[in-house]
Design a protein around this ligand. Structure first.
Ligand SMILES: Cc1cc2nc3c(=O)[nH]c(=O)nc-3n(C[C@H](O)[C@H](O)[C@H](O)COP(=O)(O)O)c2cc1C
Length: 201
């Protein structure tokens, strides 16, 4: 059991293709880091070490991220997911909190394929999925592209990056939406960990 003084441990486990998804991951981490009592770590899933597998085993919450390539998470993320099957066998990630984010070239871009895949991946491990928790933005005459969740995804945070531009030009609203997700997951992780400690679970 965790000691009452142990920090809540949150890991952002991401494949960054060409910088855009990495920038989104940084925004997710920034949101989570703003929550008191939560330790936030980053793992590049395509370069994961044995220590980092252990770090995932010890986390209370994991936020998965990958670019959308050909309508799903990138191959590097799928490789990591397949490698996690050893954890699946022993239920090491059972009941951890999970969430996800992605980025693609088109506004919709089949990002639902990636976010849906993340939810299935987390469910296979017995993790508890936390959705974005924001209504769709930019969908009324009063809305604007600067609304949070401007692209209108529910399962996680979604971003759009023009394929001929670098990560420095990523949309402000997408980065803020990613930050919101990080904060939301960190807050839930605090609540769940405090509840388990109070109930001696
Ligand atoms: C192999 C490949 C497949 C892609 N497939 C999609 C896709 O299915 N939908 C989409 O909207 N954009 C697609 N894109 C565009 C990327 O999602 C987009 O450039 C994104 O910003 C990449 O993020 P990254 O810098 O982390 O790689 C694809 C790009 C590549 C290289």
């Amino acid at each position: 059991m965790n000691e009452p003084t142990d920090p809540v441990r949150l890991v952002v486990a991401c494949h960054d293709g060409r910088g855009h998804t990495g920038k989104l991951a940084a925004a997710v981490r920034q949101g989570a880091q703003g929550v008191a009592g939560v330790d936030v770590a980053a793992i590049a899933v395509d370069e994961i070490t044995s220590e980092q597998w252990f770090q995932l085993d010890e986390a209370h919450a994991v936020i998965f991220g990958a670019p959308t390539y050909m309508g799903s998470a990138s191959a590097a993320f799928h490789q990591f997911a397949e490698a996690s099957s050893r954890r699946w066998l022993t239920r090491r990630w059972q009941d951890k909190l999970a969430a996800g984010f992605t980025n693609s070239g088109a506004k919709a871009g089949d990002k639902s394929g990636t976010l849906g895949y993340f939810t299935t991946f987390a469910a296979q491990h017995g993790m508890v999925w936390i959705n974005l928790g924001l209504r769709s933005g930019w969908c009324s005459s009063n809305g604007s592209e600067y609304d949070l969740n401007r692209l209108g995804f529910s399962h996680g945070a979604a971003a759009q990056s023009n394929i001929d531009e670098g990560p420095e030009l990523m949309h402000k609203a997408d980065l803020e939406t990613a930050e919101y997700l990080g904060r939301r997951v960190a807050e839930y992780a605090r609540i769940v960990v405090a509840g388990k400690r109070a109930l001696s679970l």
